[in-house]
Design a protein around this ligand. Structure first.
Ligand code: SAT
Ligand code: MN
Length: 591
């Protein structure tokens, strides 16, 4: 008798009519075969799926160029399909599940004809963890099959784990005809199903990532009492050798990967990497909050990555174990057959092909690499990978950091008064938009907890869930807000960022171990600022004047922002917890 998994795959094959079905085992040998298929047989438009790069300098590395209209997440084409529209909330596009299925069936009919259907059994999270989740994705493109092999734990053992059970997360993916008018990313939380067609781009196509580990997982977390968050997980080691674990939420393309593998500018401090994008947060038996990274790889933004900004990422990319490393939509140095992007080390090469494969001229006004070009690389290649990264329970979290990209108003760092106030600070977060999603770049939008595009249900209920989690914690972590991106009157960054950010993390670590302390921090209406001289500037050449400007809380600027915050919070009507409004009113009156 066919198992539920076999039945599901058969049904999808009947609908999509692939020429063949290949069940993937996630092995390196299989990845090599898939790369070969992508190099020689499979095509997107008039290009092969993969091009092998210089093996001397970029071992096991391949370039992939996506369809030019398919370079970022498409939030306007992303839907949550649940019978109760209120549950889905104004933060998501909604469609009735039956209507959505009819639409998707129509678009999927015969969509894999002439192609191979790859069946990918995978687990998000360490397979030994009680929090890990078994999933199966089908796809019709080698690029997605290999990418999922890098980003997840994929293997035959997952099939044994699923066995005859119905308890697995289903992902249907086809690149379809790549027509943006026939592109949809649909989530069915009641069935643990994601159905995506028409895009091969990361967050739209690697369904274990944002679609499952955030949108669907956020529903599971609501039901089961945990949180799925858009967060980095790091350990900060101090000169005595003590390691403090932190999580930090930042919107896409705001420096999460740089933060996750920062090389400290302060002697004696070291950052241990556990994750650069997603954290699942559970309450442990001791009543503390524990964080686990469900992913096994990095899908990071290439432009701006260099030995200066993120040396550990460059080392990771060049470590070259046998699993492939992928570059998507970077430029290509024709003479050396190496990937290239704006901000990488060294002079600009003479002979470049841009991200679409066209010759690039130095006087051209366009960028050679797409601003959202990415690398996909195995986390095990990371030289700063924490020895605790494989801990099935996750690591205990002492502080939660929320950040955004703000040229003004928001200080370098601010500590919340308590959990409830911290949740409010995160709820009113805003950030200037980036190229990670297809929309206008550089506009301020509210992005609570950096989860606006990823919380799969009504954000009013989400804030309530956060408040409840705090009540269940024996000792809730301290909550902080950061902003590395504040500028002065001349538009220059006030804070150097990158490895210097350790100075802020050091303060956060000290504060998080010391919540009842009488240290001379400064109270403002918006939260606590570090006291004078509390941020360690030793040996950095950072001016105290700039630090003070970066730290300033200007009540007039804050007041000016309140109407926009109010409009945003009001969208959630009576699902917005009263506690959040209490905090809003307290802030408004104390400003
Ligand atoms: O495209 S992804 O969603 O995978 C990456 C990101 O935007 O954070
Ligand atoms: Mn992300």
């Amino acid at each position: 008798m066919a198992t539920p998994l076999e039945k599901w795959v058969e049904e999808q094959a009947r609908l999509t009519k692939p020429d063949r079905i290949h069940w993937c085992d996630g092995s390196e040998e299989e990845a090599r075969r898939l790369m070969e298929i992508g190099e020689k047989e499979e095509r997107i438009g008039n290009q092969n799926v993969f091009r092998k790069l210089n093996p001397e300098t970029f071992p096991s590395s391949y370039l992939h160029r996506s369809h030019p209209t398919d370079v970022a997440r498409t939030e306007q084409l992303t839907f949550v399909c649940h019978p109760d529209r209120e549950m889905v909330g104004p933060n998501n596009n909604w469609m009735d599940p039956e209507e959505a299925k009819t639409k998707m069936r129509g678009l999927s009919e015969g969509c894999m004809a002439g192609r191979t259907m790859y069946v990918l059994p995978y687990v998000m999270g360490n397979p030994l963890s009680p929090y890990a989740k078994a999933c199966v994705q089908i796809t019709d493109i080698s690029y997605v099959a290999v990418s999922m092999g890098i980003m997840t734990h994929m293997g035959k053992d997952v099939l044994d784990r699923i066995g005859a059970s119905e308890n697995f997360v289903k992902g249907f993916h086809s690149i379809g005809d790549l027509d943006p008018n026939r592109r949809f990313i649909m989530h069915f939380p009641q069935e643990n199903l994601v159905w995506s067609i028409g895009s091969g781009y990361g967050g739209n196509a690697l369904l274990g990532k944002k679609c499952f580990s955030l949108r669907i997982a956020s529903w599971l977390g609501l039901k089961e009492g945990w949180l799925a968050e858009h967060m980095v997980i790091i350990g900060v080691e101090d000169p005595k050798g003590n390691v403090t674990y932190l999580v930090a939420a930042l919107p896409s393309a705001c420096g999460k990967t740089n933060l996750a593998m920062m090389e400290s500018a302060l002697p004696g401090y070291k950052i241990w990497t556990l994750g650069d994008d997603i954290a699942w947060l559970h309450i442990g038996e001791d009543g503390r909050l524990y964080a686990l990274n469900p992913e096994s790889g990095f899908f990071g933004v290439a432009p701006g990555t260099s030995l200066k900004t993120n040396p550990n990422m460059m080392r990771t990319l060049k470590a070259g174990t046998s699993f492939p490393t992928l570059y998507t939509n970077t430029a290509l140095n024709v003479d050396t057959n190496e990937p290239w992007w704006e901000g990488i080390d060294g002079p600009r090469p003479e002979n470049l092909l841009d991200w679409q494969g066209n010759p690039w001229h130095p006087d051209s006004k366009t960028l050679a690499a797409h601003p959202n070009s990415r690398f996909t690389v195995d986390i095990r290649q990371c030289p700063t990978l924490s020895p605790e990264a494989g801990n099935p329970q996750g690591v205990p979290i002492s502080a939660i950091i929320f950040g955004g990209r703000r040229s003004d108003t928001r200080p370098l760092v601010l500590q919340g008064f308590n959990w409830q106030h911290g949740v409010f600070m995160a709820a009113m977060m805003g950030s200037e938009t980036t190229a990670a999603a297809a929309h206008q770049v550089g506009v301020l939008r509210r992005d609570p907890m950096a989860m606006l595009p990823f919380c799969g249900y009504n954000m009013g209920d989400y804030f309530r869930h956060w408040l409840n989690m705090g009540k269940r914690l024996a000792r809730p972590p301290e909550i902080f807000c950061i902003n590395w991106f504040r500028k002065d009157e001349d538009g220059k960054f006030l804070w150097p960022g990158f490895g210097e950010n350790i100075r802020v993390l050091k303060w956060i670590v000290e504060r998080s171990h010391d919540s009842g302390s009488t240290a001379p921090r400064r109270e403002t209406p918006a939260g606590f600022l570090p006291g004078k001289n509390e941020i360690d500037l030793s040996g950095g050449g950072i001016s105290e004047v700039n630090l003070e400007k970066a730290l300033a809380v200007n009540p007039e600027e804050w007041k000016a922002e309140l109407p926009d915050v109010e409009i945003f919070l009001k969208k959630f009507g009576d699902r917005m917890p009263g506690e959040i409004w209490d905090e809003f009113n307290k802030l408004a009156s104390s400003l």
